[in-house]
Design a protein around this ligand. Structure first.
Ligand code: PAF
Length: 280
């Protein structure tokens, strides 16, 4: 497996593969890889001749008070996981390789970024869309793989790809959970043992809401109320949002009569965790 730090290095390798008629899958990540990322790489390996994994903690998607400085990093372990999973190339650039000092061009998606995480993280999706479009231009993949855990991110990237006529298939992959239900996340490492236990209110709320919807509840307010009650019973938990949106528009929609995303963001201590379920 090749490890590349430069844009030109990735481009020349991908050009060679394309000349040979090989298909390319891209798995964009911020590193500190876990089984959730592994499932994306596995799927990409199944569906493409060559797989590129990008590992880049993208500074422009973090707000000024967020965890950019402390975001966990372990490039060595990440490369071992990528190699074992069958990736052909890891792209791990420095910030200076991705952003010139006078970098001044951004990709901004509206509407689908207004609600959920967009409310409390107003510049986040601009940073995500900008870096993801850069990665698309650098790796020229046929397909790119994103986790359903960041459901709004998946919707935003699909919208960007549609609106800008980007010729890349976006593949959404299911949420991977710990045995006790907690959705896998690099940020779970921030949790103390007590917080780790408390964090189970997220998956408990999600499973409860999902069961209500799947057994025929049509009133979104009732579902959201039941989910809020579960979270509010945990003293270490503080709700950022518990919301139901239409999956196409990502606008609030409290009647279960179409494809619905129910998403939550909850602080456990200082750690902000997200989870969701999709009903189609
Ligand atoms: O989901 C992530 O890890 C990041 O938001 C992404 C898509 C790699 C962009 O930095």
């Amino acid at each position: 497996m090749q490890i590349e730090k430069t844009v030109s290095g990735v481009r020349s390798q991908v050009k060679k593969w394309k000349k040979e008629g090989l298909s390319v899958g891209l798995v964009p990540t911020m590193g500190y890889l876990h089984e959730g990322h592994q499932s994306l790489i596995d799927r990409a390996v199944e569906e493409n001749d060559r797989v590129v994994v990008s590992i880049f903690v993208n500074p422009i998607q973090f707000g000024p008070t967020e965890d950019l400085a402390t975001y966990p990093r372990d490039l060595e372990a990440d490369c071992i996981l990528c190699k074992r999973a069958g990736a052909a190339l890891v792209f791990a650039p420095e910030v200076s390789e991705m952003y010139a000092e006078d970098f001044s061009t951004f990709v901004d998606t509206s509407q689908v970024t207004e609600e959920l995480c967009g409310k409390s993280r107003p510049t986040h999706f601009r940073g995500v869309c900008t870096v993801v479009s850069k990665l698309f231009h650098i790796a020229s993949p046929d397909r790119a793989y994103f986790g359903q855990k960041d459901a709004q991110q998946l919707a935003v990237i699909r919208r960007m790809v549609r609106d800008l006529n980007i010729d890349i298939e976006i593949v959404g992959c299911p949420i991977i959970r710990e045995a006790d239900g907690l959705a896998k996340s690099s940020r779970n490492t921030y949790l103390s043992p007590e917080e780790r236990k408390a964090a189970l209110v997220l998956s408990k709320a999600i499973f409860t809401g999902k069961a209500m919807v799947e057994t025929g509840e049509k009133d979104g307010e009732k579902v959201l109320g039941a989910m809020r009650n579960i979270i509010e019973a945990e003293p270490l938990a503080r709700i950022d949002y518990v919301e139901m949106v239409h999956w196409d528009t990502i606008q609030p929609h409290h009647r279960i009569d179409g494809p619905i995303l129910t998403a939550i963001a909850v602080y456990i201590g200082n750690t902000r965790l997200i989870d969701n379920f999709l009903y189609e």
